[in-house]
Design a protein around this ligand. Sequence first.
Ligand code: SIN
Length: 283
Amino acid sequence: MPEIIPTTHALGADIVGIDLAAPLSAGDFGFIYQAWMRHLVLRFRDQSLTDDQLLAFSRNFGPLDRNPRHAKSERQMEDSSDYVNVISNVVENGRAIGGLGHYEAKWHSDMSYNPVPAMASALYALEVPPAGGDTSFASMYSALETLDEATRERIANLGCVHDSSLNSVGQLRVGFEEVTDPRKTPGAVHPLVRTHPITGRRCLFLGRRRNAYIPGMELADSEALLDMLWTHATATEHTWTQQWRVGDLVLWDNRAALHRREDFDGTTRRVMHRTQIGGDRPF
Ligand code: SIN
């Protein structure tokens, strides 16, 4: 039986004693699923996975979403693998092999700009830079539970627009124009506070800060409230940071966790393969 070693932070745990290259038994899957619901982010170290094995592991959790298209990733436009998304700064023969480059990826929840955002993401490290490129996670359970009562009441029935025009490193997606007025931001509107469909726990659902807007509010009030919520939600007490090693696979729950990636030296190499598991409409 595998073992769980929780981080000492608001979220995150290592699962040790399991080889994800092999099919998961029902018992091991149940164990992993329960640990995941409890800790939101699971790390499996020292794995050696082909894309097919990464896909097979990910499909245990539900049907997969197709790749989002990154602004700078030419290869992905013609890649036959629709379900393995390459996240990399590496350029080969003048072409980017993946998305997001070496830039900081701001706090976000994957594909939250869609009406039905991704439930989960699995990120597997093939090459990591000697420094930088760490990925931090923030628990939106803990963020909501530590908000003062008055703010919780104030936001209980509010929605928020999640910008679909920019990706997490600030690149304009193909077919979008730059947003100059957040009241006109394109993207899905989701509740600011959602209920996790499996655990039944309530959590903040902030998605992404840039161009966010709370419909029905004066712009200045929306900006002030969102700034306050984001500062609170991403405070260190709610976070844990993953320092990557080759062979790490990290699985996270986009419904109740945000993540961000720090930048790194663009002359070094970082190659990650990511899958996304489909979700349901936030409520
Ligand atoms: C992502 O935002 O999904 C990428 C995270 C990373 O590159 O660590």
